[in-house]
Design a protein. Structure first.
Length: 248
């Protein structure tokens, strides 16, 4: 069953609704939806409804509200040092499927990729489209926010928003540190806001680690194997999902 997002307050049962232009094209032209076909719609307040295709093959009628719990029990934001090529697109898609709340990207000291203001606008629009598609595919009730920051300070200025701040540090894994991440997982509480920071391909520099930890971030290792920049965020999200949704 197809699912779409509609940025408006959920209507009452029996009301006729129209999807956004691109989604209307996708449902009726690409997917060739037929009369009475059922579709799921998520509204801005995360209300999920079941709707049916009308005879005009252009609008939908709300049939019923659907109770569904699919979001992680806490808000997890990942911040990644700008990686090379299309890795940020990959991270955005897969992290959305794994339940991330928001994705931030920042130009780390060892980031090879650099964006000017014009490129940031274009890249952000592309990432938002990817996040929306992944949220629809994975039947999420929200689309993660995606933002490319101008510098590291723009990230650290947001630290007060979070209950816990973790930074995945390659040197911690190399030194055999295994307890910090497991300990932090055991301390997670429903409804908390968590920020996890990752470096680009070159990792996070010692100067950045010193700055982040001085502001309250906790260094964590992710096991004995060194992961790629695009793998580490997915590992952490998977671990959080397992610990908070499957183990408990």
């Amino acid at each position: 069953m197809q699912q779409y997002f509609l940025n408006q307050v959920a209507p009452e049962i029996g009301m006729v609704i129209t999807l956004e232009k691109d989604d209307t094209h996708h449902l009726f032209t690409v997917m060739r939806a037929k009369l009475d076909e059922k579709v799921q719609i998520v509204f801005s307040d995360q209300t999920l409804v079941l709707a049916t295709v009308n005879v005009d093959l252009a609008t939908l009628t709300v049939l019923e509200f659907v109770e569904k719990s699919v979001e992680l029990p806490l808000d997890v934001t990942i911040a990644v040092g700008l990686p090379k090529s299309d890795k940020l697109e990959f991270i955005t898609q897969k992290a959305t499927e794994l339940g991330v709340y928001a994705i931030l990207a920042f130009p780390a000291k060892w980031s090879v990729t650099k964006f000017d203001a014009k490129k940031i606008i274009k890249k952000t629009a592309r990432l938002e489209k990817i996040a929306k598609g992944a949220a629809e595919q994975s039947k999420r009730l929200l689309i993660p926010t995606v933002k490319i920051l101008a510098n590291l300070q723009e990230l650290t200025d947001q630290f007060a928003r979070y209950d816990q701040i973790l930074v995945a540090y390659e040197a911690a894994a190399k030194s055999g540190e295994t307890a910090a991440f497991a300990k932090k997982l055991s301390e997670l509480e429903k409804g908390q806001k968590i920020l996890v920071i990752f470096g680009p391909e070159g990792g996070i520099s010692p100067q950045e680690i010193e700055q982040l930890t001085a502001l309250g971030a906790t260094k964590i290792g992710l096991g004995p194997r060194i992961m790629r920049a695009e793998t580490a965020p997915l590992y952490v999200l998977s671990a959080i999902s397992f610990y908070t949704e499957l183990l408990h």
